[in-house]
Each structure stands twice: as structure tokens, then as C-alpha cells.
Design a protein around this ligand. Structure first.
Ligand code: ADP
Ligand code: MG
Length: 257
């Protein structure tokens, strides 16, 4: 299990400070949900932790500064599924998911039978086996989103970063994806950081939550500490009622003014 610690993380994009002094910690095997209004900096945060964006501050995985790792070693440690990546339209679902195995394949080498087996079983778990030979350009939005997740899962890294993994999915597939991530974390001890649009859903799955507002941490703690009417009202500019749901988890309902 891998422990993630982020210290004083700041990101400047085109002279704009998009993230400032973000700090958090996720214990090995825990699930952190990052929430915040549109443009708050959630995607930027995941990109920085994944090492695909330059940042200042520290990202430590098991105490090791991620920036010192070669990209291949980092990819074995941290898997990242972007919100809406550009996909090569002619590539098949199987070959795209297989790309997640790249950090395990020797330079100019070929994938092993094991790599193909891992890929096949991930596709199966995501209900994608029947799409294996379909071109990416011929998928629905929800199918595409599951394929991006599949690529991150075939990476078999102990830290999994998912940006809005359920946004384009129907209810059944939302549940399937979140349950799968939860099972992987319980079975394999994955450390999970997701951004999630649906606040109740985030509160149902996460061990802890962090609210980002204008690039800074506005609140963090257990779901019930972050999902309060006051904090959501202030940072999402929305009127909500928070009820206590199953297992004491908070449920967020929109209220008509
Ligand atoms: P979120 O995922 O929370 O909706 P993002 O992390 O995508 O927000 O974006 C945070 C802010 O950074 C937004 O205001 C966005 O417009 C800005 N931003 C994103 N990419 C760039 C960029 N390449 N250059 C300048 N600003 C950017
Ligand atoms: Mg985003």
C-alpha cells in the first residue's frame, strides 16, 4: 500500500496561479475525493500529482519525491485517468488498454502473454470484452470513459488518480465503476484519489474529502465534515439540504429557492 503526501503544491498556468499551497495526505488503501466548483483546480491538481504538469512543492509517494522518478518508474507507482483525453480514433479498445502495460515492457520490446491477460481481465471487469476489437472512434461517451479507466487499471499501480470517472456514465455503469474501484482498493490496497461531480456519491465512497476553491484547500476531513450546507452553499453557490444517509454518510439534495 502506498501513502501519498502532497506539500505546498502550487501550479502556475500562463502566469495564472491555478493552485496555491495545496496540502493533503492519503493513507495507503484510503480513498480521497476532491470536490469543488467548475474551474476550482481539481483536474490541475490530479495532473500535477500524476506528474504531467510542472508544479512547485512536493508530491511524495511512500516518502519518495515523485519528481525524482523516471517516468517509467512513476507510471508503475501512479496511474492517472484524465477527464477527457484525446483518443486515437483508429486504435482498438484492446490496444489502447494495453498501453497501460507500457511501463512493464522493455524498450522496443513486445508485450508478454501476461500483459495481454491483465488487459483482457480488466476489460472483462469493466464490461468491455465485447468491445475489445472496436475502434475508439466508434464508441459512445460512456464506453470511451470506461476504456480510459481500463488503461489506468492495466497499469496496476498502487496509486490510482481518476478525474471525474463517472461523469459520462449511466447509473448502472457509475455504480459498476465505483464498486470496482472500491473492490480493488480493498483487495489490492490501492490508494485512490478521485474528483467527483456528484457530491453524495463522493460522500458514499470516500474515506476523506477535500474541497478546493480557487486553487486553495477550503476544507478537508471526513465526508460529514466537508459536505455541510454551509460549505457547499458558499463554495458552489447553491442551496442544498444535507441529510444523513445510509451508514451515517451525508446526502446532498438541491433545494429550490
Ligand atoms: P476543475 O477541474 O476544478 O474544473 P481545472 O483544474 O480544469 O478546474 O482548471 C482550473 C483553472 O485553471 C480554470 O480556471 C481554468 O480555466 C484554468 N486553466 C486550465 N488550464 C489552463 C491553461 N492551460 N492555461 C491557463 N489556465 C488554465
Ligand atoms: Mg476538471
Amino acid at each position: 500500500m502506498s501513502h501519498v503526501r502532497v506539500k505546498g503544491l502550487s501550479v502556475v498556468l500562463e502566469t495564472r496561479a491555478v493552485l496555491s499551497g495545496v496540502e493533503f495526505e492519503v493513507r495507503g488503501g484510503d480513498w480521497l475525493a476532491v470536490i469543488g466548483a467548475n474551474g476550482a483546480g481539481k483536474s490541475t491538481l490530479l495532473k500535477a500529482v500524476a506528474g504531467v504538469l510542472p508544479y512547485s512543492g512536493e508530491v511524495l509517494v511512500d516518502g519518495l519525491p515523485a519528481r525524482r522518478l523516471r517516468s517509467r518508474d512513476r507510471a508503475r507507482l501512479i496511474a492517472y485517468a484524465p477527464q477527457a483525453p484525446a483518443l486515437p480514433v483508429d486504435m482498438t479498445v484492446f490496444d489502447y488498454a494495453l498501453l497501460g502495460r507500457t511501463p512493464y515492457i522493455a524498450y522496443l520490446g513486445r508485450e508478454s502473454r501476461g500483459d495481454r491477460e491483465v488487459t483482457g481481465s480488466v476489460l472483462e471487469r469493466l464490461d468491455l470484452s465485447s468491445f475489445a476489437s472496436r475502434a475508439l472512434g466508434r464508441l459512445s461517451g460512456g464506453e470511451r470513459q470506461r476504456v480510459v479507466l481500463a488503461r489506468a487499471l492495466t497499469q496496476q499501480a498502487p496509486v490510482l488518480l481518476l478525474d471525474e470517472p463517472t461523469t459520462a456514465l449511466d447509473l448502472g455503469h457509475q455504480q459498476q465503476v465505483l464498486e470496482l474501484v472500491d473492490r480493488l482498493r480493498l483487495a489490492d490496497g490501492l490508494t485512490v484519489v478521485t474528483t467527483l461531480h456528484d457530491l453524495s456519491l463522493a460522500g458514499q465512497y470516500a474515506d476523506s474529502m477535500m474541497l478546493i476553491a480557487r486553487g486553495r484547500v477550503a476544507a478537508s476531513g471526513a465526508p460529514a465534515e466537508v459536505l455541510t450546507e454551509e460549505l457547499i452553499g458558499r463554495h458552489f453557490d447553491a442551496r442544498v439540504r444535507v441529510a444523513v444517509g445510509v451508514g451515517g454518510r451525508p446526502e446532498v439534495h438541491l433545494e429550490r429557492p
